[in-house]
Design a protein around this ligand. Structure first.
Ligand SMILES: C[S@@+](CC[C@H](N)C(=O)[O-])C[C@H]1O[C@@H](n2cnc3c(N)ncnc32)[C@H](O)[C@@H]1O
Length: 225
């Protein structure tokens, strides 16, 4: 997301410090140290202005949400949105951090997450930039390690080439999504769908929204089975 440099960005982030996580010394393995309670812990990657994370945290008070974003000036907007919308939440269940998706193993322990959401990730259309796509197979493998058995990876985008690329990456890893739609808003899966800022913009322009969900199954050893 391109954005003009925010005035007083550091001060504005500091003013919302209660929402912001510092990089942990050891990867986070459960929600207790962060939220002071148990329950599910779900992550949004590339949260942009934060509308989806705010909507999810309000809609699912029993679930703990963490939203991460690479660009500090975009995070300014996300945490200020969280503060402006605080009355929608009945629980203290929303946190953010500034970081890069490639660094997630430093933030989260294996099998610590119940769900990961990728919403309208940057498409990186040039083939030579494929490795930068957040649904490149190397990153998908990282997500799979961080998700618990039965955890879910959710992806939605207006960008059909990126969606097709993602399906190919899953297939190359031997993975089959349990939900695929090329028109989320006119599908049965739209019920309860929380829209992101990009989703609102693109659907207002007439683009249909592609979405998929993958449920993770970790292979068990003979001893575990
Ligand atoms: C196209 S915007 C979509 C924002 C939001 N998810 C939405 O749907 O409205 C993609 C966002 O992902 C962030 N992003 C891109 N690469 C990232 C990375 N490697 N790690 C974390 N965030 C990233 C960008 O800074 C940008 O804010």
């Amino acid at each position: 997301m391109r954005m003009r440099r925010k005035k007083h960005g550091a001060e504005r982030l500091a003013a919302q410090a209660k929402y912001l996580l510092e990089k942990p010394e050891a990867p986070i393995s459960s929600p207790e140290p962060v939220f002071g309670r148990g329950g599910e812990m779900r992550l949004e990657i590339g949260c942009g202005k934060g509308g989806f994370a705010c909507g999810m945290a309000a809609a699912y008070p029993d679930v703990n949400f963490i939203a991460m974003e690479k660009v500090p000036d975009v995070m300014v907007i996300a945490v200020e949105t969280a503060e402006a919308r605080q009355e929608e939440r009945t629980q203290d269940n929303l946190r953010f951090f500034i970081g890069d998706a490639h660094d997630l193993p430093a933030w989260f322990a294996p099998e610590s997450l119940d769900a990961i959401y990728l919403n309208f990730s940057d498409p990186w259309p040039k083939a030579r930039h494929a490795k930068r796509r957040l649904t490149h197979r190397a990153l998908i493998e990282t997500y799979l390690k961080l998700l618990r058995d039965g955890g879910q990876l959710h992806f939605k985008t207006d960008n059909r080439p990126l969606f097709d690329f993602t399906l190919e990456e899953l297939s190359a890893l031997g993975l089959t999504p349990d939900l695929v739609t090329y028109d989320l808003h006119h599908s049965p899966y739209n019920e309860g769908n929380i829209r992101t800022e990009y989703e609102d913009n693109f659907s207002a322009k007439g683009f249909s929204i592609n979405a998929l969900r993958l449920t993770v199954r970790h292979a068990k050893t003979a001893e575990q089975a």
